[in-house]
Design a binder for this molecule. Structure first.
Ligand SMILES: Cc1ncc(COP(=O)(O)OP(=O)(O)O)c(N)n1
Ligand SMILES: Cc1ncsc1CCOP(=O)(O)O
Ligand SMILES: [Mg+2]
Length: 645
């Protein structure tokens, strides 16, 4: 059997604690475990068979299930209707030939092999007798007290190179070992403690899965309709996936004849052909994430649900295409019911307000009602819901990530003035699936996808596609950052901008205050008055920088802006401590508690930029202060007053 051995959970009842084996397995499989081995030396054969049956139902085909040592238990559980895929045997357990005989050619038979002689013996067996070997221990582990001597990664590498079948590493493995073991030739890592003895097996499994994937672009499969105009459907999905760093694939659920002015016709191929597309991809390519878009009828929806039940990838985003832009219901009641069932397979749902109303059965007339409906859907389906405010009236377009307990994160922002909004829903959900598959948690993925989509909307007008509602410019960011032509480096661009504001900077140098500061003639009270204004400015500036941190699309940028905000408020406190206190002779006239007119105007400008909800606009407004202050400070400090003309 050609199995996905990448993340292999071996159970241990004691380590699973109060949560129990079944719940641990269910959570770990939902997080991406590909194969489960039931291992319990203390259980009776009957107990083992019972637990195999229970695990088979809990896993429901989303992972492979094998049993440790007990070949007969596998046979007995199968006779009770359980799906038991195979058995793992040690050197002193039943023979692998007997196991292959008992379980058949399609079973998964694993064998422990810790020496070259063990591997020679595997090579001597009839081909196909053993599907994989378990090689360990990588390091000592208390989980199996009678473990053989530790091999280390190097020792594993040597043995794996001798193995005629895929080799799974086992014994004392943690998340930090994954990359090295994969590079050492492992077909997968088998772990007990690192998945059983943790608070959150789902999160631990996802972390292992991401570590196993490494830095390669995630493989993201779009399951959606085709829009020949390129603005929506799988065409938009593939562009959105690529723009966010993924490798896009697409299984087509329906063919449409449409352009930017509307849909002329829809053709739905047989559902079994969709299943054939899905299986063809999954049989050959490890799928990291799936984005589900237009599903035309109940049969197509159930086909996707059955496929997910059998081959669920780590991340599933469902964009429930149920209501057209003009408000028409696109699905019959049977299909709507099937889509609600499908929603329980998803990690994230991305309905627009009309679809949210259908999914929740609630009225969604304003943003608070949208948030309440999203929470209700999240509670009912177990998926997170991204409530999208794009269809709201007014100039704000909020988005909110909502779970069963309420709003997790909310983004506000001014509506971007464009009619080129065709395919925004498709594009956003594909970006979310890709960013999640790249390892971002959902709040990070929402921030990043929203920032990318706003950039694509801002640039959409430049595409000039069609005479109706045009598409967003999915690759605008890449084009602007020089993916298409040899563009100046960011430093060159910065220097060009710096030169272009030379006049402005000369005017600043010529200001009486700057000149007096430079030649030492500035009066003390005047200076203290300035410091008092600066203190008032810094207090507000810190809030603006904190908003930049909140909107930042990456954790690195978030850290930079948060540190800058902290620095601004620390500067303000320092000014008060060192200059703006009565014992420094500050006279009442200089110690203004109100910002001056200039200070107020500048702060209003910054606050407007901050609360536009647009990260790019905000940092364009905030950065001149960084650059000009640094430039002036350096030149004044250097005493290069001569260059201050
Ligand atoms: C994947 C995998 N590899 C090795 C083992 C060890 O099996 P075995 O040598 O039979 O020792 P016990 O597990 O029976 O103590 C394994 N279980 N799984
Ligand atoms: C079953 C088994 N076989 C070799 S080591 C081991 C247990 C590994 O447990 P852990 O992953 O907690 O070290
Ligand atoms: Mg054994």
């Amino acid at each position: 059997m050609n199995a996905d051995l990448s993340l292999y959970l071996v159970t241990d009842a004691a380590l699973c604690g109060d949560r129990g084996v079944v719940a641990t397995v269910r959570e770990a499989v939902a997080g991406g475990v590909a194969i489960v081995q039931l291992r319990d030396k203390d259980a009776s054969d009957a107990q083992t068979v019972d637990l195999l049956v229970e695990l088979s139902h809990a896993i429901a085909g989303r992972a492979l299930l094998v049993v440790n040592d007990r070949l007969q238990a596998a046979v007995d559980a199968r006779s009770r209707g359980a799906r038991v895929d195979g058995v793992h045997l040690g050197q002193s357990d039943a023979s692998v030939r007997a196991a292959r005989e008992a379980l058949g050619p399609d079973a998964l038979i694993g064998l422990t092999a810790n020496t070259p002689a063990h591997l020679d013996a595997v090579r001597a067996l009839p081909p196909g007798t053993v599907d994989y070997v378990g090689i360990g221990v990588i390091r000592p582990t208390s989980t199996k007290p009678d473990h053989p001597p530790a091999l280390g990664v190097a020792g594993f590498r040597t043995l794996a190179a001798l193995s005629p079948v895929p080799a799974v590493a086992i014994g004392g493995i943690g998340i930090d070992d994954v990359t090295a073991l994969r590079e050492a030739g492992a077909a997968g890592v088998a772990v007990v403690s690192a998945l059983c003895a943790v608070e959150d097996p789902h999160a631990a499994a996802r972390a292992f899965r991401r570590a196993w994937r490494g830095q390669r672009p995630p493989r993201v499969l779009s399951i959606a309709g085709s829009d020949p105009s390129g603005g929506a459907g799988i065409q938009a999905d593939l562009k959105a996936i690529a723009a966010n760093g993924g490798y896009g694939m697409a299984a087509i659920t329906a063919l449409t004849a449409q352009n930017t002015r509307g849909v002329r016709g829809v053709h739905v191929p047989p559902a079994d052909f969709l299943r054939a597309q899905l299986d063809a991809v999954a049989d050959d390519i490890e799928i990291d994430a799936v984005k589900i878009g237009m599903l035309a009828d109940a049969e197509v929806i159930r086909t996707v649900g059955d496929w997910l039940a059998a081959r669920r990838p780590d991340t599933v985003v469902l964009d429930p295409v149920m209501v057209s832009t003009s408000g028409d219901r696109l699905l019959d009641s049977d299909a709507e019911a099937a889509l609600l069932d499908l929603a329980s397979h998803a990690d994230l749902l991305t309905p627009n307000l009309d679809e949210l109303a259908v999914l929740s059965g609630c009225r969604v007339g304003d943003w608070p009602e949208a948030l309440a409906a999203a929470q209700q859907v999240a509670a009912r389906t177990g998926a997170l819901v991204l409530a999208k405010g794009g269809h709201l009236a007014g100039d704000q377009t909020p988005d909110a990530l909502v779970g069963a307990d309420g709003v997790i994160v909310e983004h506000r922002g001014a509506r971007i003035d464009t009619t080129s909004t065709h395919g925004t829903g498709c594009s956003l959900s594909s970006a979310l699936a890709t960013l999640s598959a790249r390892g971002k948690d959902w709040p990070e993925a929402v921030a990043g996808a929203r920032e990318w989509l706003r950039e694509s909307l801002r640039a959409a007008g430049t595409l000039d596609v069609g005479r109706g509602n045009g598409p967003v410019s999915h690759l605008a960011g890449l084009w602007q950052r020089g993916a298409l032509e040899t563009r100046p480096s960011p430093d060159d661009v910065r220097d060009a901008w710096w030169v272009s504001i030379a006049e402005v900077r000369a005017d600043i140098d010529a200001l009486p205050f700057i000149r007096a500061l430079a030649d030492g003639t500035l009066g003390r009270d005047r200076f203290l008055g300035y410091l008092a204004q600066d203190a008032l400015y810094l207090r507000e500036y810190a809030r603006v920088l904190a908003e930049a941190a909140r909107l930042a699309p990456s954790t690195q940028e978030q850290a930079f802006w948060a540190q800058s905000a902290q620095g601004a408020i620390a500067g303000e406190l320092e000014l008060h401590a060192s200059w703006l206190t009565p014992d420094t002779g500050t006279s009442a006239t200089t110690f203004s508690a109100e910002p001056s007119a200039v200070n107020t105007a500048y702060l209003d400008h910054l606050r407007a930029a901050a609360f536009s909800g647009d990260h790019a606009v905000l940092i364009a407004a905030a950065l001149p202060c960084f650059w000009l202050y640094t430039d002036l400070g350096v030149r004044l400090h250097a005493g290069s007053s001569g260059s201050m003309r």
